[in-house]
Write a protein that binds this ligand. Sequence first.
Ligand code: PGA
Length: 248
Amino acid sequence: MRKPFISANWKMNKTVGETGEFINSFLPMVKDVTDVDMLIAPPFTSLHAASRLLKDTGVKLGAQNVFYEEKGAFTGEISPAMLLSAGCSCVIIGHSERRQYFMETDEIVNRKIKTARENGLEVILCIGESLNEREENRTFEVLDRQLSGSLKDINLDAMTIAYEPIWAIGTGKTATKEQANEAHAYIRGWLKKNREGADTLRILYGGSVTPENVAALMSEPEVDGALVGGASLKPDSFAKIVKGARKQ
Ligand code: PGA
């Protein structure tokens, strides 16, 4: 069985001080949770402070982005080694907001995954279709393209995939559990056909996950966890999502 995995993507929210306040109030709420893997991905500026507070707890630390070069004249960018030294073990790559606002293509995503993994970081790869693409029945075609482009020459070691339909992100419009399961099953089918180890890889759902809808989503066989934006910003809300993710 795949262990549930709940990850917080804070996006561009929380100062260093706010990060500390969150973690100090969140940790006691989840101290007995051992059956769900947890990860928090704060902004770069909070990573180091967060890593001190999360040390020796069951909560892992992730970054929201990374660059594909190891070092050099790339003003404003952050390397995998920098993330590791700040205490991260994982990085989110290819989020739709990065693709939309920062022009990240599947080729760039592919290079980022390669460099991150060569340096020993785990990766959460995000994929998902837009509203237009879903309405034109092109969801599977888009997933095919994103999977083959992003995972070119990459195996599934230390990899998690997050299916995040763009129309569900930050909109309050969650995919139904059937829609999520169908897309996850399609992704796993693609991986089984093209890679080793697809059975144990976890596929997370992302897009307006809340304490109210997480249990229903998790009741689907192909939904192994969630990548949570808005509802991960408050400790009690995120703790409820973690607890609601336990498989029945
Ligand atoms: P949301 O964001 O939970 O606010 O919809 C999810 C994400 O973008 O990872």
